[in-house]
Design a protein. Sequence first.
Lengths: 115, 112
Amino acid sequence: NAGVTQTPKFRVLKTGQSMTLLCAQDMNHEYMYWYRQDPGMGLRLIHYSVGEGTTAKGEVPDGYNVSRLKKQNFLLGLESAAPSQTSVYFCASRKSSWRLYNEQFFGPGTRLTVL
Amino acid sequence: TQLLEQSPQFLSIQEGENLTVYCNSSSVFSSLQWYRQEPGEGPVLLVTVVTGGEVKKLKRLTFQFGDARKDSSLHITAAQPGDTGLYLCADGSHNAGNMLTFGGGTRLMVKP
């Protein structure tokens, strides 16, 4: 099992360019999440999905869009990149369960720089 | 909005020393998870605590959950260079997405 994978690992964009980050998981998890990590701020939730075809906003959704067309994939899009979106982006997944404290499994991250 | 504060933000120690890092919440935790993140990688779950007063041990790591479920601590005995990383606490939430709220983290460096 590869777990959670993210592509690309690194990317440099110019202001105004668009791009899509891909997250894939092979654990048959229902829930998937996109976070951004900035120095001293831990991880902040951008968007999440509780199942195929459903998405919802997290804490910092502005400037991002997501899609979950297949259960194993969760895409994060930046339509018009801004320097404030320079960050490290993490995808995570977890099982759907009555146990609220199920573990989230994280990908290795994508380091994005917007010039 | 719940706020999780972790302290200290940075800690640099020598191999063999003991240390404690803290996580405090502005409200009662639903459940409390500790993650460790090594450079260039995603966070990995270390432990989940749920019951007030709970103590869990993971080799040289001891996790305590406050009686009132508003604070937690992580104690490392005889730290090793392999313990270097970012330690994050996170609270699970009672909502449809079962989202986690993370603290800002404690960045630990253990020098040989």
